[in-house]
Structure formats: structure tokens, C-alpha cells
Design a binder for this molecule. Structure first.
Ligand code: PLP
Length: 426
């Protein structure tokens, strides 16, 4: 990002230290890889014999995958060059036909839904829960049709969606479930990790996530068949199926989604300290909770039943009915006071691509094709809870963009209090 853009995104003048978890160990591991000269020995053809190059990638990649499998107690970890790639591979691994519908949330990063469009399937947006910002199981149920094949469940802001309820629905209607846990690595739902209670889960390792490899991501699953299909999509599957004697070749359109050795080496070191990284952030969130709880009309993050929270964002809500002052006015004051908050997250159904239904070419594919003859509307009003939060209530403080010091947190709390006093909110 150019400097001028950075300024535009964070219109605050106070300098917060940028989030940085890279330390000596990462640098040491990366130099070792650099000295070896083997930066990515992946081969885009079927070969599992050579020690140097293989269809499954290099030494660091394989080691990192083993560590992820152990950490999350899952059968397969498949690293990828971004979680966007991971989501595309995940959707492709399912038996999706053009014109099938996949339900997801509008309140997530755009890649969650783009992964669906990528396979000519149709994203159907369910509304979110007004307290957790996560997809609402009741709304999912109301959006199921005879075309529905899967649900992509984002675990947003640092806590798991209500996956136990969603799994019940999926079972009843025979739907696959993908968890997008990019923002909730190590968060738990009734004692189990987010991303592990579904067919396919996974995480992003981009610079702004809890742990990073620069760019990168990982898919996790306990399903051998889906794992094999995702590995094929990761690495030029169409050129591999014949030699690997694979008969089921639908959607094995391969990409180069491979992770390099340098990123994997960084990931191994980052994973070792993930718990430390998370508790540091949780400590800051606790300070914020103690400082902000009780301010009139301000709701601190709600933690759902059975969940732990890893606070990718510290998501607040302003109840205008109680404050009598609109969220936007309070937001403006916060920015003036150098608090790096956001007032909108995302309403995917209102993006130009969906509103105008233009993706592949100019004539409306995949919404208009020979097998899909339904008319889906993406417009204001289809997800009223998400829209109300976005336009009237939500204020979010990113926790993985800056490494707030204790003094920063105290500063943030004091500014909230100052603004509340100014508006006479007691
Ligand atoms: C970050 C993020 C992604 C995309 O991950 P990348 O590694 O940047 O491609 C997808 N979904 C959610 C919810 C995210 O937060």
C-alpha cells in the first residue's frame, strides 16, 4: 500500500506501532532456506519420489503442514499461497455444478463469496446475528432451496459462528459446510477449534491476521477424498489426474496455489508462538472491556455461548435509541481523537458485481445460464440485520493492524470517555 493510501485508510494522526510478530527465530529459519537455494521445489506433475521436487512440495511446506495437523488434531493440512486460494480450492473440491447455490454471509471479506462465483455457483446471502456479527442459523434455514449444496460459514472478528446449530441444518438438508476461520485461528466453540467442526476449514496467514507468513493460508480437513481434490486444485490437477489414476475429474481445474519454502519456514516459527500472540491480544481486549463497559448505549463485544474470543477486531455497537446520537457522529469524534476505528465492515450483497450481476463476460454469467433460471436479487433489504449494523451501529477497532501498547489502550479508553462526556451520555 502506498503511503498516501495508508493515510487515507487510517485517517488518524497518532502513530501506533504496526503489528509485527516477526522475531529472530523467523529470520534464522528464513536464512537457512535462502542458503539452501531451494525456495520452492514443487512440481506441477505427478511425482512423489524425488527428495528435492514433488507434487506435494518442499521440506518446509511438508513440515509446516504436519505441525498444523498436530496443532488442530486434523488428518490433513494443505498449505496454499493465500486463503483466497484456499477458499477457491475448498469450493472446487465439493461436487458443485454451475448454477448450484451456496449460502454464505454478507458480513465477511469478499473472497468468501468470490470463491463461490469462481465455480459458476450462486452465492445466497443469509443475514447475521445482531450480537455476534456471525451468520444466523435461522436465516440460513430460510434461504435453503432445492439448489442449495453447501454453506460457507465465516467465523467473524475472532469467534466461531454457531457451528453446532449450522451442522444440524446441514445434516438435515445434506449440505457440505466450509468454515472460513481466517479471523478466528485458535478460537474455540464448546472446547473445539474453529474450523475443525465442518467438512473443510482453514485460515489466512496474510500480514493482517493473528499469525502471518506475509501471504499464505492453510486448508484443514479430516476427509481423504476432499483433501486429495484440494491438493490437485492447488497444483495443476488437470495435468496430474491421469498419472495419479484419478477417475473423478470434475472441477479439477488446477491452479498454482502453492506455498513457497520461505513462507512455510516463517509459518513453522509463527505457529510455535500462536498461543502467546493470542493471549497478548486477549489481554488488551480485557482492558478495553473493563474501560468501556457501562458507557451509556455502548455495547462491548458479545461472546456467544460456548465460545472463546481471539479478537481479530474489537467490535462495538452503538445503540442510537439509547444515545440519541447517531453512530456516525460518534465515529467522527473518535477519528478526530485519533482512535483508528472503522464504521463499516462489509455488505457483500451490495457490491457492484452482485448488484449488477456481472462476473464472467457481460451477459450475466453465472447468474444467467442455461441451467439457472431463477432470478436472485442482491439489493438493500435482503439482510436487514447486517445493514442496520453497518449503517447505524457498528464501530470496530482492528486488533491485528497495530501493536497497541498498554498506554495506547488507556489512551483509547480515555478518548471514548471524553466523547461520552462531551455528548452528556452518562
Ligand atoms: C483475510 C480473510 C480472507 C482472505 O485471506 P487472504 O489470505 O488474504 O487471501 C478470507 N476470509 C476472511 C474472513 C478473511 O478475514
Amino acid at each position: 500500500m502506498k503511503k498516501s493510501n495508508l493515510k487515507k485508510k487510517y485517517i488518524v494522526k497518532k502513530k501506533y506501532k504496526f503489528y509485527n510478530t516477526i522475531e529472530k527465530d523467523e529470520i534464522k529459519s528464513v536464512s537457512k532456506v535462502m542458503k539452501s537455494g531451494l525456495l520452492s521445489p514443487f512440481l506441477g506433475s505427478w511425482s512423489n519420489i524425488d527428495k528435492i521436487g514433488s507434487f506435494y512440495g518442499g521440506i518446509q511446506v511438508n513440515r509446516f503442514e504436519k505441525h498444523i495437523e498436530k496443532f488442530f488434531s486434523v488428518k490433513h493440512a494443505i498449505t496454499v499461497n493465500s486463503w483466497t486460494s484456499g477458499l477457491i480450492a475448498a469450493v472446487g473440491s465439493l461436487d458443485i455444478e454451475p448454477g448450484d447455490e451456496i449460502i454464505t454471509s454478507p458480513w465477511t471479506m469478499c473472497a468468501t463469496a468470490t470463491a463461490i462465483v469462481n465455480w459458476m455457483a450462486i452465492p445466497i446471502f443469509a443475514d447475521i446475528d445482531p450480537l455476534t456479527f456471525n451468520i444466523d442459523p435461522k436465516s440460513i434455514k430460510s434461504k435453503i432451496s432445492n439448489k442449495t449444496k453447501a454453506i460457507i460459514v465465516p467465523d467473524i472478528f475472532g469467534q466461531s459462528a454457531n457451528i453446532s446449530e449450522i451442522n444440524k441444518i446441514a445434516k438435515k438438508y445434506n449440505l457440505k459446510v466450509i468454515s472460513d476461520s481466517a479471523q478466528s485461528m485458535t478460537a474455540k466453540h464448546f472446547g473445539k477449534f474453529a474450523g475443525t467442526q465442518c467438512d473443510i476449514g482453514g485460515f489466512s496467514f496474510n500480514y493482517h491476521k493473528h499469525m502471518q507468513t506475509g501471504e499464505g493460508g492453510v486448508l484443514i480437513t479430516n476427509d481423504d477424498h476432499l483433501a486429495e481434490r484440494m491438493r490437485l486444485i492447488r497444483n495443476h490437477g488437470e495435468a496430474v489426474v491421469e498419472d495419479k489414476k484419478i477417475k473423478k475429474i470434475n472441477n479439477i481445474i488446477g491452479y498454482n496455489f502453492r506455498m513457497g519454502e520461505i513462507e512455510a519456514a516463517i509459518g513453522i516459527e509463527q505457529l510455535k508462538k500462536i498461543n502467546k500472540i493470542i493471549s497478548k491480544i486477549q489481554k488488551k481486549a480485557k482492558m478495553l472491556n473493563e474501560g468501556l463497559d457501562g458507557l451509556k448505549g455502548l455495547k462491548i463485544p458479545y461472546i456467544d455461548n460456548g465460545n472463546s474470543h481471539v479478537y481479530y477486531y474489537y467490535a462495538l455497537q452503538i445503540d442510537n435509541k439509547i444515545t440519541n446520537i447517531h453512530r456516525d457522529k460518534i465515529y467522527k469524534e473518535l477519528i478526530k481523537e485519533n482512535i483508528p476505528v472503522f464504521k463499516n465492515y462489509s455488505l457483500l450483497h451490495l457490491l457492484p458485481m452482485y448488484k449488477n450481476k456481472i462476473a464472467f463476460g457481460k451477459s450475466g454469467y453465472p447468474w444467467k445460464n442455461s441451467v439457472y433460471n431463477k432470478v436472485i436479487k442482491y439489493e438493500k433489504g435482503i439482510c436487514p440485520v447486517a445493514e442496520d449494523l453497518n449503517f447505524n451501529k457498528y464501530i470496530g477497532l482492528p486488533m491485528c493492524n497495530f501493536d497497541y501498547t498498554e498506554a495506547d489502550i488507556k489512551f483509547i479508553i480515555s478518548k471514548f470517555k471524553k466523547i461520552w462526556k462531551k455528548f452528556n451520555l452518562k
